[in-house]
Every structure is written in structure tokens, then in C-alpha cells.
Write a protein that binds this ligand. Structure first.
Ligand SMILES: NC(=O)c1ccc[n+]([C@@H]2O[C@H](COP(=O)([O-])OP(=O)(O)OC[C@H]3O[C@@H](n4cnc5c(N)ncnc54)[C@H](O)[C@@H]3O)[C@@H](O)[C@H]2O)c1
Ligand SMILES: O=C(O)[C@H](O)COP(=O)(O)O
Length: 525
């Protein structure tokens, strides 16, 4: 039975879902990094919010970990490279808290428009300072969005309902989408120059870090009010303090900070400044949504291999997962065969699907091919990191679907291009579940790829098969299956022999010395 750890404060619904799905679950919020590292090896899954930070050191002890689920959106607390390198799927819940966070941004916009926190504190202190708190209306004002994805779009719709005009800067926002949302698309400079209110809704990336730098803050309209419910690090906090103090910025509300938990911050106490402790996602509704969703997604993956909302591996629906499973085994074996047979200069990999396979999602199949293909070159390769490793090595990857059905009702063909030319191999499923090689370098051959195998390329001459058999016999190696294929009579022939014992270097040399041998290799599956 898989075992999952919930290491952050999460709605009890998450544990309930895991238990209902037959998964053992421990809830231990608030562990120190050392405590987490000490126990993480026991678990197949880890469910987190933003407080747990599974870094490389902690993950080095995660020997059984298969999946990390983020009950929320941002995954900047998770070391994605370290997780991918260990084959751990990382998934989030991209929509479960979007409305809640958008509503928090709107709440903070009103808080800065009407100085609500300061007015509240003053009134409860018995001051009744009615003339001190003069606010502004939002109706008719321009809201500048930086980032118009899920949350930004919801903020836009709410702002339009408040009769605001909305302009957005988002390099990935199309004109059509902007029109659909009823907003204008602008450059960053246009947003800075025109907005009365600015709200931020981007992830923290190398491109967005410090997007509201001192220089950009100085480009804003005098009297602008700024809200950040996305990520700390998007705004230069020291510059924001200076501009609040000078009166250029009339108000600013931050839910997120460059350093969290923000127990001290230069902005604290600055007039016109409002702070909340990363509460964007903190409503009952959002927390129930993300807890249920993350637990369902993690359970699906652990129990059936279905992948939803993964950030480092392709999605596989629950319906497709059982259908894809035998193909992934086939794909990995074909990749492993090719990876052990090709020598150098791999530049392109083409994955072709024919017949029944052409109707399935090819992305996971390609990942499995690449994992097999690259395994002989790297110990740490897996389905999650293989596409990244392939891209890093400059390997071009192509996927082709053919609806036609050939000799087999379903076929997976893999063509690898190296400095020596293109070579292709193909496999099918026998009886829906049993992977079989059916073609090797253009030569028809049926073989099960498993255990230790001997590969021999030779000139097709009488007596050769006997010579290989007796060489193996002399080395006390038992033959399991003998699989043969040839290109025409007396031409090139290929032999794939499954054997029981280890194929040693001296044995390979003995076979290599047999007359007509062109290539020989020991393969392992
Ligand atoms: N405060 C909270 O508690 C809280 C809650 C939920 C989400 N968030 C954060 O809010 C952010 C946005 O979430 P989302 O669900 O809308 O994400 P999303 O992926 O749907 O949208 C992000 C948008 O940012 C845009 N973007 C990327 N780089 C950009 C750049 N250089 N300049 C301008 N735009 C850029 C993208 O094109 C995308 O449209 C995330 O960082 C998330 O972690 C915070
Ligand atoms: O990215 C998110 O989903 C938010 O930052 C929420 O974070 P939290 O789950 O720690 O509240």
C-alpha cells in the first residue's frame, strides 16, 4: 500500500481522500528540514503547500518518493531539478485557489483605495479621525495588470464589474484573448504610465524578478496604488518604501514578500502600506478545493499511473493510463535496445505510431523511449528528466502518427539518426500486453527483449549459428531463445540470443573472432 506524508497544514479533506483511496497517510505539519529528511525515505508521496521546502538535500533521502503534490499553484518552494533528476513527478492544482486569490487582490485594492486598515486602527483607538482618511473611487479608474493568466483574468473580470478600465501586460496574452476578456493589451511601459492601480499576477521567474524595479516604479503615475498577491521578489521593496514616503506611490498592499515568513520588513510601518501574511489562498473554499484535488491527483498517480497537472512530465488521463502502460514498457525497451546499439553522435529521434497506438497520447511514450535510449549514457535518467536531458544534448525529437495499420494492429517505430546515418527498430504488443521487437534495422525479427542478450551482426553463412551455439556452450552459458533475421539469402544477418549467465568480455571476443562477424554486443534489459 503506498504511503503519503502531508507536511503542511492542509484541509483534513486531503487525508480523507487518501484513506478512502486505500493510501496510508501521515499528517505532520511543521517539521524542521532535518526532521523531514529523517523520515522522507518512508514515503511514496509528499503533499505540501508553500511552507515545506523539499530541496536537493531533503530529496536525496527520498528513496521511495514518486510524487510531490502542491496543494496550490506556486512550486517555487520545490526544487524541481532535484525532483526531476530523481524521477519524482511534481504536480500542482492550478485552478483551485484562483478565485480566492483574485478576490484577495480586489480586497487589497479597496484596502489601499480607502486606507481601511489605518482607519480601522485609528477608530478602534478611539480617535475618530474622519478628516484624515480621504480615499479614492475605483469606478472609472484604470487597473494595470502585470500577468493575465488564471488569476489576472479573474481580477480583470471583477474590475470590469466595478466599472474600471483594464490594461494588461503579459507577453503571452494574445489580442484575441484580451478582446475576449474585454481588456486592452499593453506594453509594460504603457501599463506603468496609465494605471491608477497596478496588480501583479505572474510567477517569479528570471524575467519577472524585480519587474517593479526602482526604475519601473518611478515610471508609474503619481498617486498609483500597487497590490502584489503573486510572489515576493517581483517588487523592489526598498524602492517601494522610498516612493511611498515621497508620496509618489499613494498606497501599496503586499500579501507576499521577498523573504517569508516576513517577521521584519523595511516596509512595515510605512504610511499607506498594507500587509497580509501570504493569505491569498486562505479561504475555506479554496483550501478544500486544493486539498481534495491534490489528494485525488496523487492517488491516481500512485494507484494507476494517471498523471494530471504535472509540471515535469506529460499528462496521462486515468482512462489512458492502463492502455499506455504496456506501450511504455515496449517504448522503454526499444529505446534501451537502440541506446545500447548506437555508438555516437545521436542527433535525432523519431517516434512513429501506427494503428491502435496512433490514437493514444504519444508524449509519455516518447519520454519512455528517451529514458531507455539515454540510460546507457546516464545512470540517473528516467521518464521525467529524459526529455530535458535529450534537449540539453541538442537531440531533435519528432513524433509521427500514421492511422494506417500494417502487418501489426499496433506498432511503435523508433528511428535514431547518428553521425553514421539513420537506423530504425519497431515493436508491437502481442495479446495487448506483451511487448515484442518485430524489426531491427530494417530486418524482420520477432524477439522478447528481456534479461541478458547477445547481439550479433554477421554475414549470412552456413554453420554460423552452430558456431555461436558451441562458443556459448563452451563458456557454460545456457541459451534461452535464439532469434534470427536476415536481409535476403546470404546477405546481412542479425542474431539476438537470450542467455542465462553473464556475457563476459573474453566470451564477446571469442564470438567476435568467428568468421563473418561484423558486430557483437552484450545487451541488458
Ligand atoms: N498569494 C497567494 O497566496 C497566491 C495564491 C495563488 C497563486 N499565487 C501566485 O500567483 C501567480 C499567478 O498565478 P496564476 O494561477 O494566475 O498563474 P498563471 O500561470 O495562470 O498566470 C501567470 C501569467 O503570468 C504571465 N507571465 C509570465 N511571465 C511574464 C512576464 N515576464 N511578464 C508579464 N507576464 C508574465 C503568463 O503569461 C501567465 O499568463 C503565481 O505565482 C502563483 O504562485 C499566489
Ligand atoms: O501559490 C499558491 O498557491 C499560493 O502562494 C498559496 O500558498 P499557500 O498554500 O502556502 O497558502
Amino acid at each position: 500500500m503506498p504511503k503519503v506524508l502531508i507536511s503542511d497544514k492542509m484541509s483534513p479533506k486531503a487525508a480523507e481522500v487518501f484513506r478512502n483511496r486505500g493510501i496510508e497517510v501521515d499528517e505532520k505539519p511543521g517539521l524542521s528540514p532535518e526532521e523531514l529528511k529523517a523520515i522522507i525515505g518512508e514515503y511514496d508521496g509528499l503533499a505540501v503547500r508553500s511552507a515545506t521546502k523539499p530541496n536537493e538535500d531533503i530529496l536525496s533521502a527520498a528513496d521511495n518518493m514518486k510524487v510531490i503534490g502542491r496543494a496550490g499553484i506556486g512550486v517555487d518552494n520545490i526544487d524541481m531539478n532535484a525532483a526531476s533528476a530523481r524521477g519524482i513527478v511534481v504536480m500542482n492544482t492550478p485552478f483551485g485557489n484562483s478565485i480566492t486569490t483574485a478576490e484577495h487582490a480586489i480586497a487589497l485594492m479597496f484596502a489601499v483605495a480607502r486606507q481601511l486598515p489605518e482607519a480601522d486602527a485609528s477608530t478602534q483607538a478611539g480617535k475618530w479621525e474622519k478628516s484624515r482618511f480621504m480615499g479614492v473611487e475605483v469606478t472609472g479608474k484604470t487597473l494595470g495588470l502585470i500577468g493575465a493568466g488564471n488569476i489576472g483574468s479573474i481580477v480583470a473580470s471583477r474590475a470590469l464589474g466595478l466599472r474600471m478600465k483594464v490594461i494588461a501586460y503579459d507577453p503571452f496574452l494574445t489580442e484575441e484573448r484580451a478582446q475576449e476578456l474585454g481588456i486592452r493589451k499593453g506594453t509594460l511601459d504603457e501599463v506603468l504610465a496609465q494605471a491608477d492601480f497596478i496588480t501583479l499576477h505572474t510567477p517569479l521567474t528570471d524575467q519577472t524578478r524585480n519587474i517593479l524595479s526602482r526604475g519601473n516604479l518611478e515610471k508609474t503615475k503619481k498617486g498609483v496604488r500597487i497590490v502584489n498577491c503573486a510572489r515576493g521578489g517581483l517588487i523592489d521593496e526598498a524602492a517601494l518604501k522610498d516612493l511611498l514616503e515621497s508620496g509618489h506611490v499613494a498606497g501599496a498592499a503586499l500579501d507576499v514578500f521577498a523573504e517569508e515568513p516576513a517577521k521584519e520588513n523595511p516596509l512595515f510601518g510605512t504610511p499607506g502600506f498594507v500587509a497580509t501574511p501570504h493569505l491569498g489562498a486562505s479561504t475555506t473554499e479554496a483550501q478544500v478545493n486544493v486539498a481534495i484535488q491534490v489528494a485525488e491527483q496523487m492517488s491516481d498517480y500512485l494507484l494507476s499511473g494517471a498523471v494530471t497537472n504535472a509540471l515535469n512530465t506529460p499528462s496521462v488521463s486515468a482512462e489512458d493510463a492502463p492502455k499506455l502502460k504496456p506501450y511504455m514498457v515496449l517504448a522503454e525497451k526499444l529505446g534501451l535496445l537502440a541506446g545500447q546499439l548506437i555508438e555516437e553522435g545521436l542527433s535525432k529521434v523519431t517516434v512513429e505510431a501506427e494503428g491502435a497506438l496512433s490514437e493514444l497520447n504519444l508524449k509519455p511514450i516518447t519520454s519512455a523511449v528517451l529514458a531507455g535510449l539515454l540510460r546507457p549514457m546516464s545512470d540517473s535518467v528516467n521518464m521525467v528528466n529524459a526529455p530535458v536531458l535529450a534537449r540539453d544534448r541538442g537531440i531533435d525529437i519528432a513524433e509521427v502518427r500514421h492511422e494506417r495499420e500494417g502487418d501489426y494492429h499496433t506498432l511503435l517505430r523508433l528511428t535514431v539518426e547518428t553521425s553514421k546515418g539513420a537506423r530504425s527498430i519497431a515493436g508491437t504488443l502481442f495479446g495487448e500486453n506483451n511487448p515484442r521487437l518485430v524489426e531491427l534495422f530494417g530486418i524482420g525479427m520477432e524477439a522478447e527483449l528481456s534479461g541478458q542478450m547477445l547481439y550479433v551482426e554477421n554475414a549470412d553463412k552456413p554453420g554460423f549459428i552452430g558456431a555461436v551455439g558451441s562458443t556459448l556452450g563452451k563458456a557454460d552459458i545456457n541459451i534461452g531463445t535464439f532469434n534470427l533475421g536476415r536481409r535476403g539469402g546470404g546477405g546481412e544477418a542479425i542474431m539476438l540470443v537470450s542467455v542465462d549467465g553473464e556475457i563476459s568480455e573474453p566470451l564477446l571476443w571469442d564470438i567476435c573472432r568467428l568468421e563473418g562477424v561484423q558486430d557483437v554486443k552484450a545487451l541488458r534489459f
